[in-house]
Design a protein around this ligand. Structure first.
Ligand code: UDP
Length: 328
């Protein structure tokens, strides 16, 4: 029997890649998005397919989907620090009211539900790399609190439905991920740097550039999520690439990749910006037989090719340029 899958945040970066994957697996995919940060261009190619349908809906409101649903993937949420500052209440709502609605839907339909959690549940981590057992170091009232706490609540709510109602649930903790269809202007470091290089601007490194991140190519992430969904493991699992790099080094890599002569300029580090981040992926390896396959050089090349296809108009539309609150 063909599986029917609901994907929330379907028009977003990760959601759209997940739609592609489940279509490829022969599923009937129902995409849902309120397009607040998503873009229909990411799933435009799917509309002609018979096994794809789309609802423009905000999952913070009651969710109704007719027919059976085998899997629900909750990937709707703003996901960049600038988004949290611009739309903090929506960020909190989609992680709390949104997941409650979807858990209710999953119960009614007897679906298996997977939620997109995040390395942000570890906050500014005091241990490196971060294993799933680490409880985190989060400032609930800082600028990132609306995202971090929504995601932590989402995990708690999902686990409660699992233990109290016996619902089949999965929790993926996603670390920094990149690839085609990232929003060019959401302020995240990779599109920011590539966009700056393409516009001939200097690359803005926040702080002294010694903070670290570990970047995972989107295809690897999607494979990890797919395996986790099909597994029988209900505890959280980190999915990410443990290849850690400082942001300063990363800027140099982008300059080399784009072949531009841009300089690096230093700006103040945003409040509560995590100093280090690297996933411990022992669990993913043992339970899912998963590890990343695409190294940063390969992944960045593909991503750069994608950004080069964007028009000058798209390149020049910098959403957050005047959003001075962010980098203070
Ligand atoms: N960053 C930077 N320059 C930029 C945008 C971001 O140096 O133009 C830094 C940011 O301060 C953080 C890292 O890059 O230390 C990753 O930021 P991003 O917003 O991509 O994601 P985060 O991992 O912080 O959620």
């Amino acid at each position: 029997m063909q599986k029917r899958v609901l994907i929330t945040g379907a028009a977003g970066f990760l959601g759209s890649h997940l739609c592609d994957r489940f279509i490829k697996e022969g599923c009937h995919v129902i995409g849902m998005d309120n397009l607040i940060t998503g873009d229909l261009a990411n799933i435009e190619h799917l509309f002609k397919l018979e096994n794809f349908e789309f609802y423009n809906h905000d999952v913070s409101k009651f969710v109704h989907v007719p027919g059976q649903l085998d899997y629900i993937l909750h990937f709707a949420s703003p996901a960049s620090p600038i988004d949290y500052l611009k739309i903090p209440i929506q960020t909190l709502k989609v992680g709390s009211l949104g997941i409650h609605n979807l858990l209710g839907l999953a119960r009614a339909k007897k679906s298996r539900l997977i939620i997109a959690s995040t390395s942000e549940v570890y906050g500014d981590p005091a241990v490196n790399p971060q294993p799933e057992e680490y409880w985190g170091n989060v400032n609930p009232v800082g600028p990132r609190g609306v995202y971090d706490e929504a995601k932590r609540f989402q995990e708690a709510m999902t686990m409660a439905y699992h233990t109290f109602h016996g619902l089949e649930t999965r929790i993926v903790r996603i670390f920094n991920t990149y690839g085609p269809r990232m929003r060019l202007n959401d302020g995240r470091v990779l599109p920011a740097f590539i966009g700056q290089a393409l516009r001939g601007e200097d690359l803005t490194v926040f702080g002294d550039g010694s903070q670290t991140r570990s970047f995972c190519y989107v295809d690897d992430l999607v494979e990890g999520i797919y395996r986790l969904l099909l597994s029988d493991y209900a505890q959280p699992v980190n999915i990410g690439n443990p290849d850690e790099i400082t942001i300063g080094q990363f800027a140099e890599e982008i300059i080399k990749l784009t072949g531009t002569n841009q300089k690096v300029v230093y700006k103040p580090l945003p409040q509560d910006d995590p100093k280090q981040r690297r996933p411990d992926i022992t669990k993913a390896k043992e339970i899912l037989g998963w590890e990343p396959k695409v190294n940063r050089a390969e992944g960045l090349k593909i991503t750069y090719e994608y950004f080069k296809t964007l028009s000058k108009e798209q390149l020049d539309k910098i959403e957050h340029k005047d959003f001075k609150n962010y980098n203070r």
